[in-house]
Design a protein around this ligand. Structure first.
Ligand code: AMP
Ligand code: ZN
Length: 124
């Protein structure tokens, strides 16, 4: 992959979700297409806990650009399809931790899909 931005390039080299997208570290995949990958969270916080990521490295929602609009839409549509496939007809929660105060611990955009139990508000 050619990456012209040296900062983005560094992030990709060290990025665990880029490595999962590239297949160089394993994950329990749920769905994959040319642009979107979904896999089970390694430390589930609900009976169903799936992460949906763009294969392209976007560090966080805050880093998304206007050019990413279609990709962001695909991520949300993938979430809805996966929720249906996973039997989450009674409901589910989608979380996008963004930045330090948002609790983001992996700096590659990811949508948490949590379901299979009652969710509460406010979240922690
Ligand atoms: P956040 O803390 O919101 O940025 O979410 C990061 C999520 O990635 C956490 O729920 C972690 O359990 C999950 N995670 C970290 N490493 C892996 C991995 N190798 N495979 C699957 N999930 C992971
Ligand atoms: Zn990445």
């Amino acid at each position: 992959m050619f990456v012209s931005d040296p900062i983005a390039s560094e992030a990709i080299v060290d990025c665990i979700f880029c490595k999962i997208a590239a297949g160089s570290i394993p994950a329990k995949k749920v769905r994959e297409d040319d642009a979107v990958l979904a896999f089970h969270d390694i430390d589930p916080k609900a009976p169903t806990h799936i992460l949906v990521i763009p294969k392209k490295h976007i560090a966080s929602l805050a880093e998304a650009k206007a050019d990413d609009a279609a990709l962001l839409g695909r991520l949300l549509l993938a979430v809805a399809e996966i929720a249906q496939e996973q039997g989450l007809g009674k409901g589910y929660r989608v979380v996008i931790s963004t930045g330090a105060e948002g609790g983001q611990t992996v700096d590659h955009l990811h949508l948490h899909v949590l379901g299979g139990r009652q969710m509460h508000w406010p979240p922690g």
